[in-house]
Design a protein. Sequence first.
Length: 338
Amino acid sequence: MISNTSFPKYCNILVGSVNDPGVSGKRYIPFSAYCSCSCFLRPIVFFLVLLSASPAFAQRRPVRELAPGVFYYFGDELQQKSANCTWIVFKDYVLAIDANYPWGAEEILQEIRKTTDRPVRFVFNTHYHHDHTFGNCVFADAGATIVSTRKTADEMHTYGQYEWEHGSEYSGRNIKGFRREFPTLTFDKQLVFDDGVHRVELIRMGPAHSSGDGVAYLPGEKILITGDLCVNGNPWGNNVADPNADFDKWLGVLETMAGWDVKIVVPGHGDLGTAETLRLQRLYLKDMLIMVRQGIKAGKSRQELVKEIDLSKHGIYGKNKVSNERSIGFMYDKLSGK
């Protein structure tokens, strides 16, 4: 158990229960096992090649200052540094949001050092998926404490184990030489960092994309960092394959966050957005959910729904046919119990 006064130098306010992460002996096969298959990767690789040729993609700056002391790293899908990262420079330390892969974390640390000489003391994992947590070891070696919701820490010990064992298959790089690093500061509902200049509220919103989903909200700057509850303009509409995803609650979470006082949304992947980005992500997922449920009720097969459901009207979310078919299939499997 870590008390709320364990980090007085860094956190003036720590709200909510703070617990040691639990460990379970169960083993699960998460969405990553499916993502590694060549039938999925080949079309995505082709899509990324096309994406790399886009002038807009080539002109993206890897780091932007969103507000004084708040920086955003644009995840590089082509180099397998795919997850976006945000960091907040407090008076005495830095809080980073999401750890990327180890090689991405190394690059992010270099970028952080270009913006401040203050140490990175905390890294918040928005959820347990590999592209957001495998870089934890790099940050830990730099002196950071890993932070997450208690449920995300639990998932890292269970579902995350399979991801680590098969990490090289879907990361495209060898993870040997790196190690897993788990959260040691966890919370149930909310954890707040406030030094009088910046206030960052870490809030559990799951189950949605995963069971332990958490977000970072900066009320002063009106910035919301969503993890994969929302993506924007990356090669897929979103990943719905997590075994603990709750589609209906996910829609509710997106609707709730769209009602917050937000000017900038930092998604888990892709371009910066606004509250409208949350609404568009919700409409895409809602449309898919309605049509899959209708198809199941009508007695249609997985293959039939994958071929019939058209999500192309949803712009950047629905333009990747391969991704749509994959997501429709996973949603069918979960809802039908097959």
